[in-house]
Design a protein around this ligand. Sequence first.
Ligand code: AMP
Length: 436
Amino acid sequence: MAKKSRLQAPQGMHDVLGEDQPYFKRIWDAVNEIAHFYAFSKIDTPIAEYSELYEKGTGLTTDIVEKQMYAFKTKGGDALALRPEFTPGIVRAFIQHGMFSWPQPVKLYTYGPLFRYEHPQAGRYRQFNQFDFEVFGEQAAAIDAQVIQIFYTILKELKFGHLVVEVNSIGDYQCRPYYKKVLVNFLRPRQYSLCADCRRRIKENPLRVLDCKEEKCQRVKSQAPQVIDHLCEECKTHFKSLLEFLDEADLPYHLDPYLVRGLDYYTKTVFEIFSEGSIQQDQEGSQTVQRSALVGGGRYDALVRLMGGKDIPAVGAAAGVERIIALMKEKQLPAAEEPAPKVFLAQLGDLPKKKSLKLLEELRKAKINIAEALGRDSLRTQLARADKLEVAYTLILGQREVLDNTIVIRKMDTGEQETVKMEKVVEALKQRLRKS
Ligand code: AMP
């Protein structure tokens, strides 16, 4: 039997309908406004890149590349991947366009869809949106603090209340190799208390064991040596300086010595921003407040060189838009306001319908927000629609009005009606709307 076609969006991917658009708009508006203030310029990179970019940049042993990448061969035989994160594409663009010769720092931001082949669940999708800020060409911890502040400020602009920044330093290429050895020496004798993935990670990428969400791995992790105890002088000073900046900027932070983030390219600073979400009740009835990671980022001083560019330090972060929206809804935070129409145009008969198209355009140009039901004929139906929309005025255009070159303005709360000349209608409406 032929397989029935499933005319549905692919699993983990969603249509964004009208009711959710004001949330997206509110977020994009806040992002654009703050990016503009801090002099970031917008960059849009392709949705697909050569797979090699992520294999090299994100890292072969990361979950994103190992398990979650939408990788495919084109008809021409190119190995491409749908972008699973923004940073490698932006670094590629930085190198490709010779941005190291631009005045430094180069500050870029972007937003749009990303693709990861995840197990779909609440707050975890296969196509989701992020907004992302990156700063190239600055070493100073002040810039790490500024990137954190930008994300914090955007969330505050969206009216999030309690936010916490989790920070850590994972060292650099001088001190991390030594810490890795210390960690492997700790993990090896305990490998049978770890999940199968983490047993493999001990060899390939031991820091990722600290990132594992499995309970038994978390138990081992809580005893593990901490990277901040093994930082070199340079990384230690950088981290200390970052914390001072965060203190000075009144950004509430918490030092999480096991925060490593899942990506290979970070050096020194890593951070996540959390918001308190819903209260969850477990089977025994005890309540815990669910926390949701909204933002993740860090410094990546070696990535530009690794991808074939110069020695350019950089720091950046990205925020998950769908998660932000889910929490905005849960906390009843406001979405963008769509101005409601204040006027309705009702038309009766063929000729008035024809005249309506032109009239609507005139009203649009005059910035009068107007609703209509051009497909309807009966006045009753149209007035009922106008009532439902709670407009202040309805314009009524009948056969007689067209012949007289007039139109009726009906005040909806009193039912009062007035006939005005067609060429005066825009001005007459403006006057009335100013008063109401
Ligand atoms: P990452 O790029 O993994 O550091 O994630 C940064 C933020 O993007 C996270 O804190 C989440 O808010 C969001 N995010 C990551 N993966 C997903 C996903 N599969 N679905 C929805 N949001 C995601």
